[in-house]
Design a protein around this ligand. Structure first.
Ligand code: ANZ
Ligand code: ZN
Length: 803
């Protein structure tokens, strides 16, 4: 026996697969297709990470299995390559982001290839390739033409150090989390996509797909549909009204004050009547420096200022209530104003306590002098005029009816999801293909001029004004209006990181098409993605944004399916050996290259799949890696005890069938760890029997192949088994042989015995029938006829009457 030289074997098979186009997709195929999608990586300078390996190996296993099952498999990879880290690195080193990106892609490619993934590399895509982003820009223009794009003035968080607009997650207490510099609020015109118009479709579509329940929930929560009412409160002695959004119109009699967001326009409108503007302006300034996250935190001490000089009037009770500004009310949700019900809302209760405001109980059940009583999905109304005695649900309906009748309010649906702020003020992104013309306004760049490429520049450093570096290139900015031919200026914002990944799955199977984002017939064959696996961090925005674009493309007839992904699953994180999240600063990052060098790609793959429950986080362990290697060493040694016998030996037959069944279903359910454990158990069994028949060996290699393809291909070849392992069919099992108590039964057709079947002792009629119909002779008596009667007495008689 030769030694298990993983270096040599892995290189050999990787070359073999590449030379033989083993994983190339078939176009125009009659075969059934399987499209397995993994989240394409951002090619950062740090290289591939073992987290990627966990994310990709799952569908790699499924893809290899599907090929053995006879499917035409698309398992592609590409690069989500626009983005800040590359740009920042390029600025720091004085190199062009293009050059840096290409270099990083090279490293990633080499790493992925060295793991032996069965990607079809001819399908590769790169979001920064003009032939790709031409279509990203094209989709933007379709959205624009269909009225789903608009510009709006908004406040953005601008870091004075990084000179970039930050997301809310990127700063705390007014300081940038990246560089620590002060973050200021700049008022800017930015682009928005109207994803809210798709909120209902995005919710409804969840019924037609198979996402893990927690992923579905994330989608629903992010959309955040909320049914309630808008109610108008008059302002005493003025014409203005103050409109609030409430999910609990039934609690109107419990309103003892109102609160508006610090940015609410009412303040500007009524500043002449307000007598404490100084205090209010101070409060507004302080609020600007807080993140939304800080503002909505429940635990924090409530702050606010009473607006002196104006009061609201409760539309049901006619009573006057004071109005406050407070930062726990957000301008971006509902109407930016609330009716406060301290008896039944915790934030309002805390606020009332702090400012010594009255608290009224309107739903029975708690003690509102101690805390807000919020367990109010049901309950009896009190202190509520005409609602007294009613159940909550009835009171909600009655109040809405009353408000609508009197013109005081109406039933309203709100979504937490905001429109998609679609822009970045940096260089390394897709230019937004719009021209600003003083005469014609915003004019789309004609489609035949796409791709609108990035200009070559000397400096892509961002500017102090928060404008993109593109704004500093007059040759690029100054252009002519495609509409009137007059002088005009190009838009200088680029698209956000999310753009390129919102449609990438449509491009893989037709990545060179220059007439369309993809050929319609090809989309009809390959779409939807059958199985999409990725991280939990991408189940909100990325998943929603890509579903939104897809639904829009479906609505305008560009794509053939309403949903892009049939199924979505997730992997857990791999933690450092210290149980902490892997990070450069903690020095606990594991580089897959090191593992491949020392133990081999098959060991890496096996270990990462054996590390624990696929959906749960798992700490890396050097010992675990060694354990996986020892297991493969033992698999390698099996060749010494392979005999020339065919079939399964009697003492192992049942175990073989059971193992096939378990490995098969475990792979499908992403229970890779227990599948591998079953294979380890079977290996022990071979060793205790002291021999493996040819067919047992063959089945074993087939089952292990998706996880450890190199060693199994090699062993297949050494054993002289027919053909190549990757061309062999996925092993099948006999259900009857997987149960311990197997009985034999004669099967009669119209009273005559036509065959014998083995079946589990506890099989019911349906199971027995299924097994009987697999029996060739029995089936020949049934085919083309109708079974009109089935007589089944377990263990005794099984008679089918056919006509
Ligand atoms: C009165 C009330 C009584 C409320 C009660 C709740 C409980 P969801 O379910 O998340 O949609 N609200 C409305 N707009 C707000 C804003 N811009 N900022 C902060 N809070 C806002 O929550 C809707 C509830 O959140 C609304 O119903 C409102 O308070 C508050 F016992 O009105 B409620
Ligand atoms: Zn013009």
């Amino acid at each position: 026996m030769k030694i298990y030289d993983h270096h040599k074997i892995e290189k050999k098979w990787q070359k073999y697969w590449e030379d033989h186009d083993t994983f190339k997709i078939e176009q125009n195929s009659d075969k059934e297709k399987f499209y397995g999608l993994v989240e394409f990586p951002y090619p950062s300078g740090a290289g591939l990470h073992v987290g990627h390996v966990r994310a990709y190996t799952s569908l790699e296993i499924i893809s290899r299995k599907r090929r053995m099952e006879g499917f035409n498999v698309l398992f592609p990879i590409g690069w989500d390559a626009f983005g800040l880290p590359t740009e920042n690195y390029a600025i720091k080193t004085g190199r062009h982001p293009r050059e840096v990106t290409d270099e990083n892609i090279k490293v990633f490619t080499q790493q992925l290839k060295s793991i032996g993934y069965s990607f079809d590399w001819d399908c590769e895509i790169d979001t920064t390739d003009p032939n790709y982003f031409k279509w990203t820009q094209w989709i933007f223009l379709q959205l624009f033409k269909h009225g789903l794009v608009y510009r709006d003035r908004t406040y953005v968080n601008f870091c004075s150090g990084c000179k970039v607009v930050l997301a809310n997650e990127d700063f705390r207490e007014g300081k940038c989390s990246i560089c620590g510099s002060e973050v200021v609020q700049l008022e800017k015109d930015v682009w928005f996509l109207k994803i809210r118009e798709y909120a209902e479709k995005l919710l409804a579509g969840l019924d037609d797909v198979d996402y893990l329940p927690r992923i579905r929930l994330e989608q629903e929560n992010w959309i955040g549909k909320s049914i309630g009412a808008e109610v108008d409160f008059d302002i005493a002695g003025a014409d203005q009204k103050l409109r609030v959004f409430t999910t609990r119109p039934d609690t109107l009699f419990g309103v003892t004050f109102m609160v508006i967001a610090p940015e609410h326009p009412l303040i500007e409108e009524m500043k002449d009547r307000i007598t404490n503007m100084d205090a209010i302006v101070d409060y507004q300034e302080a609020a600007k420096r807080k993140t939304e996250f800080e503002r909505v935190q429940l635990a924090k001490e409530k702050t606010g200022v009473m607006i002196e000089g104006i009061r609201g009037i409760n539309p049901l009770s006619g009573e006057e209530v004071p109005i406050f500004i407070a930062d726990y009310v957000m301008m971006g949700y509902g109407t930016g104003a609330i009716m406060a019900v301290p008896g039944h809302d915790t934030r309002d209760w805390e606020f009332a306590k702090k400012f010594d405001l009255p608290i009224i109980e309107v739903i029975k059940g708690g003690d509102v002098s101690v805390e807000a009583y919020t367990d109010t999905a049901s309950g009896e109304m009190v202190n509520s005029g005409f609602l007294n005695g009613m159940e909550v649900k009835e009171a909600i309906a009655k109040t809405i009816e009353y408000l609508e009748e009197k013109g005081l309010g109406k039933k309203t649906i709100n979504y937490k999801m905001k429109d998609w702020a679609f822009n970045r003020q940096r260089y390394w992104g897709e230019p937004i293909p719009i021209v600003h013309c003083p005469k014609c306004g915003m004019v789309p760049v004609p489609e035949d001029q796409l791709p609108l490429e990035l200009p070559k520049v000397k400096s892509y450093e961002p500017t102090d004004t928060g404008e993109s570096p593109l704004a500093g290139i007059p040759e690029w900015v100054n252009t002519t209006c495609p509409h009137c031919g007059g002088p005009a200026k190009r838009e200088t914002d680029t698209m956000p990181q999310w753009a390129g990944s919102s449609w990438y799955f449509l491009r893989y199977f037709d990545n060179k098409n220059d007439q369309a984002l993809a050929d319609y017939d090809k989309m009809k064959y390959w779409m939807p993605v059958d199985w999409y696996n990725g991280g939990m961090e991408h189940v909100t925005r990325h998943l929603l944004y890509s579903r939104f674009w897809h639904k829009f493309l479906y609505d305008i007839g560009v794509v053939p399916t309403a949903e892009p992904y049939k199924k979505r699953t997730m992997q857990g994180l791999i933690l450092g050996s210290d149980g902490e999240k892997m990070s450069k600063s903690k020095g606990n990052v594991v580089n897959p290259n090191d593992i491949i060098d020392e133990y081999g790609a098959d060991t890496l793959r096996t270990y990462v799949m054996f590390i624990g429950d696929y959906e749960k986080p798992a700490p890396w362990s050097e010992n675990g890696t060694k354990g996986a290697k020892r297991y493969l060493d033992r698999v390698w040694k099996l060749q010494e005890i392979v005999t020339d016998e065919t079939g399964y030996s009697p003492e192992l037959e049942s175990m073989m069938h059971k193992t096939i069944k378990k490995v098969n279903s475990d792979y499908e359910e992403m229970k890779f760890n227990t599948a591998i454990a079953a294979l380890m158990t079977l290996l022990n069994e071979f060793n205790s029997v002291g021999k493996v028949t040819k067919d047992e060996f063959k089945t074993y290699l087939q089952l292990l192949y998706p996880v450890a393809p190199h060693i199994t291909e090699e062993l297949w070849e050494i054993a002289g088994l027919e053909g190549c392992l990757h061309d062999s069919p996925w092993p099948v099992y006999d259900e009857a042989k997987t149960v311990d108590d197997v009985i034999e039964m004669a099967v009669q057709i119209n009273g005559k015995v036509r065959g014998k079947i083995s079946l589990p002792a506890d099989a019911d009629k349906e199971a027995a029938k299924a097994i009987a119909l697999e029996h060739e002779n029995i089936r020949s008596y049934v085919d083309g006829k109708n079974i009109v009667k089935e007589i089944f007495v377990p263990g005794k008689i099984f008679n089918l009457v056919v006509k």
